[in-house]
Design a protein around this ligand. Structure first.
Ligand code: SF4
Length: 1009
């Protein structure tokens, strides 16, 4: 065996540290007892399971999250593992954050470094930490589905496509290709697997072809079909391979690769695998029924046969098989882990008995393919919340879809006029489209509501207006887009004047832009109102200014300037301040997309960014499930997928008609060969029906007290009659009513005058907060600044200092990562990383940008000279932390942590131009950031670092301070002051000097001084 590499040494050292045989401390019995208090027998069994694999089947409302968090706390309290030796995996950021908060409340102060991640974040962490071992870049950029679609669209002719490249509409299959590649990754299939399958089919068909007689038409047909299938799969394999090549060339990684590549890493590098197994002695997987085959494989690689893994889930709530998840994996755990102990949680703490009985009647129709049957268990839920006369589950039939929506809205109005708060009510629909009539009826009655299942940003007028603006700046001759801009809020042209301007353009056969500019120069051409003329003049002036900027400046800067100059942004902020913050949030999201896209394409100017935005938005984003804050004081209208994990006292399940729920699932445009997938495909009609039934089950079990299901006989008057959903009959245990009651037809007189009484929306937040240093700092400098930047996320202008700071920061991080691995840090690496992260944004001129780039290189040269051979041992680079301090958590990232002869030193790099050592020291002494970081380190490690320092890269000076108890107490007080204000919803502006002078919102802030 050759000498150990630095990497191997590092792993050995850290692993040894992690498993060091510390003398076992006595188990605090009282604490353990406290943790088990209030749990039922089966929950206790799950929480206190000692060694080996465990499957906890946790039906709806059985306290799944409670079991997971108490298990983590119990493992710590009973000294089975330190928090850092526990890995908890889940699917959404929100679930991870909720789990973290609940673990914090249970685990002693200062012991909260349990690794709680989503699968994607865990894969990402593995690749960033160990990816170099298998030749992967250290910091790839992660892209979502929409960006993958744009990437393929832009390179469509390089994918080797023929049959999937219809020349009349070359991009028709792009979305389907991205989905196919995503599914292939979830199944662990590479381009080579797909190509191999195609070759096998082809060879088999050709072998069969030889002896087949010409007369045997049937056989010839089959063989022709096989050859065709082989050719199609060969083409898909080529495109898949090309897509992977594009990702590598652009240093990108998609969500599928975050898991697939992490699996490859673990399977190719036994040393990494061993290190992880020694580190994570206990692994907990939440919502295990939704894990796809690759995610299950990742868990197996981390845990190993017979390891301490706890899967918590419920196959009856598996509703993501269209993404590749398959509860089947849970049925076959023994194959990977050996004997698995089952614990079934059966006490339901959420719903009344009638709801549970109906839900069970329904789900039993999925037998015998349920785990309950396959593993010979009993999952019958018993209701803990008993009442003498619980409301029965109701089914209502309406004449038409709009009758149904009106009926539901009227019923809700009645409840709101009673004592039911709006946020106690949810209307669940199967698809986004089903929500339309419900939203219209709620709006007609003035009932506050929130629809979470987005049908995309594009459905909102303000987003379409800003898109028109971008296209108009890219090509002002586009009359349609200019029309969209002129009618948008800042200009507000309309009525007869706008019609007259358009007619003039038509008569003269000129574009709207040509006529608009002419009218500004020759007002006598057309008689219009003075206000309209002024609006037109402003619009033309604003667009001209943007056209000038757009030649040289990147899209985000041009857009930001236009929104600020025209008063567009100020108008949106004013609306937000009156409580209507939706439009501002959506424009902020669109702005982020423009920024992301500008970073992705070779030319960041509007002319190349604008055309791709529509495709990006068409490709759609994953709608984010709402949180309790979003729903406060409003009726929730949700798709069933979005409602998972939520509960409401009153739940309406609307649109329960055959063909709508179960929805007729369209076969995927492109699908993987069943022979390669090896399990029931999502295209299988029986599997589709079972999945729809599970969705219905999830919808029903969101209800705590009342469940009201409904359907309409016809979608519109005179339309085709529809039967009730078969799930209604299955749930009710009898034939569902098929005809509307007399009184149901058009029975609801809608009148805004009957507006319901609704509780005031409160901005107050409960529970622990997770804040970063910049959030604390912004809040303390001006609460409104905090709200605009962190809650509403108002876009801020691109600034050269940010470009400079980010690029130099990345370069230093790349260098320090090499040092961490014990490798040399070549200057070329620093310069190349600087260039890779440099963006030509926000600079005053070309000369300015050139100067700054040169200054960045010089700063890196000095950095290299300073740290080379300093003898310090680097312990961590860019290490994220999230630590409980008092009631809340502070999160952040240590730029670098070193072990020096004086002890641990935490350094934060600054790109600001401080050159005087005394001033650097003063800045370090005054830095709330350093104090908070020292506080976080102390909470995590039991003692404060020996020193914290600011390293000013451009001036090459370091200001270092020793954290004192008094300073740390002061920092903690400031943190508590900020979180108390945020929690209380106190966002009143505190304008003044210097806050407003340095505030990025001063141009658009109504309170700025
Ligand atoms: S401009 Fe001044 S008042 Fe307005 S958010 Fe910024 S700091 Fe607060």
């Amino acid at each position: 065996m050759g000498p150990m590499t630095a990497f191997q040494q590092q792993i050995q050292t850290s692993s040894a540290a992690l498993v060091s045989d510390e003398p076992a401390l006595p188990v605090p019995i009282d604490r353990v007892r406290q943790l088990l208090k209030g749990l039922d027998r089966r929950q206790r069994q799950a929480v206190t399971h000692k060694e080996g694999p465990l499957l906890v089947l946790a039906g709806p409302g059985t306290g799944k999250t409670e079991v997971i968090t108490r298990r983590v706390a119990w493992l710590v309290a009973s000294k089975r593992a330190r928090p850092s030796q526990i890995l908890a995996l889940t699917f959404t950021e929100r679930a991870a954050a909720e789990m973290q908060q609940r673990v914090d409340l249970l685990v002693p102060y200062g012991q909260t470094d349990t690794a709680i991640h989503t699968f994607h974040a865990f894969g990402d962490w593995l690749l960033r930490t160990y990816g170099h071992e298998v030749g992967r870049p250290d910091d790839p950029r992660v892209i979502g589905r929409a960006q993958a679609v744009v990437l393929l669209r832009d390179n469509i002719f390089e994918l080797g496509l023929e049959r999937y490249l219809p020349l009349g509409d070359p991009t028709r299959f792009v979305g389907a290709l991205v989905d196919l590649f995503g599914r292939a990754k979830e199944e662990g299939l590479s381009p080579a697997d797909l190509a191999g399958y195609a070759r096998m089919l082809d060879a088999g068909a050709r072998a069969a072809l030889a002896p087949t007689s010409q007369e045997d038409d049937g056989a010839s047909e089959v063989i022709a079909g096989l050859l065709d299938e082989a050719a199609a799969n060969a083409e898909l394999a080529r495109a898949y391979e090309a897509y992977q090549r594009l990702l590598v060339e652009h240093s990108l990684v998609d969500h599928g690769d975050q898991v697939v590549e992490a699996v490859r890493l673990l399977e190719e590098r036994a040393l990494v695998r061993m290190s992880l197994r020694r580190r994570f002695r206990y692994v907990v997987v939440d919502e295990a029924q939704d894990a796809n085959p690759q995610q299950l494989r990742l868990v197996r690689d981390v845990v190993g046969h017979g390891g301490n893994v706890t899967f918590v889930g419920d196959d009856d709530q598996a509703i993501y098989s269209f993404r590749g998840a398959a509860a089947q994996g849970l049925a076959e755990l023994e194959a990977d882990y050996g004997p698995v102990k089952d614990v079934v949680l059966r006490r339901n703490y959420r719903s009344r008995r009638p709801v549970l009985d109906a839900a069970r009647r329904l789900i039993r129709h999925n037998d015998p393919d349920r785990l309950e049957t396959r593993r010979g268990l009993d999952k019958t839920l018993t209701a803990v919340r008993r009442s003498r006369r619980p409301a029965p589950v109701r089914h209502q039939v309406y004449g038409t879809a709009s009758d149904e929506a009106d009926g539901i809205a009227a019923d809700i109005r009645g409840r709101l006029q009673g004592k039911t708060p709006a946020d106690a009510i949810a209307v669940l629909v199967r698809t986004n489209a089903d929500a339309g009539p419900i939203l219209a009826s709620l709006a007609a009655l003035g009932i506050p509501h929130r629809f979470s299942g987005t049908s995309g940003l594009l459905s909102h007028p303000e987003v379409r207006e800003v898109l028109s603006l971008l296209r108009c700046i890219a090509a002002p001759q586009s009359s349609e887009d200019l029309y969209g801009v002129l009618t948008a809020a800042p200009y507000g042209l309309g009525g007869e004047d706008l019609t007259a301007i358009c007619e003039l353009a038509t008569r003269r056969r000129r574009s709207l832009w040509a006529v608009a500019t002419e009218l500004v120069e020759q007002p006598g051409l057309l008689r219009i109102e003075t206000a309209s003329r002024r609006a037109l003049e402003r619009a033309v002036a604003d667009i001209r200014a943007s056209l000038d900027l757009a030649h040289a400046e990147p899209a985000p800067r041009v857009l930001y300037e236009h929104l600020g100059r025209s008063g567009w942004l100020q108008g949106l902020i004013a609306r937000a301040e009156t409580g209507d913050d939706g439009p501002l949030r959506r424009i902020a999201r669109l702005f982020e997309l423009v920024q992301e896209q500008a970073e992705l394409v070779a030319d960041p100017r509007i002319s190349s960014v604008a055309p791709t935005l529509r495709a990006l938005l068409d490709a759609g984003e994953d709608p984010v499930a709402p949180d309790a804050d979003d729903l406060q004081g409003r009726v929730a209208v949700l798709t069933v997928h979005q409602a998972k994990g939520l509960e409401f006292p009153v739940v309406y399940v609307a649109g329960a008609a055959e063909g709508r729920f179960p929805v007729r699932v369209r076969r995927d445009t492109l699908s993987l060969p069943v022979a390669l997938v090896g399990h029931a495909s999502a295209d299988d009609p029986d599997e589709q029906r079972a999945e729809e039934r599970r969705l219905f089950y999830v919808a029903m079990t969101r209800a705590r007290d009342e469940l009201l299901m409904s359907h309409a006989v016809r979608s519109r008057p005179g339309g085709r009659a529809r039967r009730p959903s078969p799930f209604l009959g299955e749930a009710l245990g009898r034939e569902a009513d098929a005809a509307p009651l007399e009184t149901d037809s058009g029975l609801v007189p809608l009148s805004p005058a009957d507006a319901p009484i609704v509780r005031e929306r409160s901005d107050q937040r409960i529970g622990p907060l997770v804040v970063s240093f910049s959030q604390v700092d912004d809040y303390l400098s001006c609460p409104l600044k905090y709200r605009l930047r962190h809650q509403v996320r108002v876009p801020t202008p691109p600034h050269h200092a940010l470009v400079f700071g980010n690029a130099i920061h990345q370069a230093v991080a790349a260098g320090n990562t090499r040092r961490l691995r014990g490798e040399p840090m070549p200057l070329e690496l620093l310069h190349e990383t600087l260039d890779a992260h440099w963006q030509s944004e926000g600079f005053l001129s070309q000369e300015h940008e050139t100067d700054r780039l040169r200054a960045g290189r010089t700063a890196l040269d000095r950095f290299a000279a300073r740290v080379t051979g300093d003898g310090d041992r680097i312990v961590a680079v860019e290490q994220p932390f999230s630590v409980r301090i008092g009631e809340d958590r502070i999160r952040g990232r240590y730029d670098v942590v070193r072990e020096t002869p004086e002890g641990v030193v935490i350094t934060d790099y600054k790109s600001g131009d401080v050159r005087d050592p005394a001033r650097a020291r003063q800045r370090a002494r005054d830095s709330l950031q350093l104090q908070l970081y020292a506080l976080a380190w102390q909470a995590e490690h039991g003692q404060a670092p020996a020193a914290v320092e600011l390293h000013f890269l451009e001036g090459d000076v370091v200001g270092r301070v020793t954290p004192t108890a008094r300073k740390l107490e002061g920092a903690q007080r400031k943190l508590a002051q900020a979180t108390a204000g945020i929690r209380a919803g106190d966002f009143e502006a505190t304008p003044g000097y210097p806050a407003c002078d340095w505030c990025p919102f001063r141009r658009v802030c109504p309170a700025a001084t």
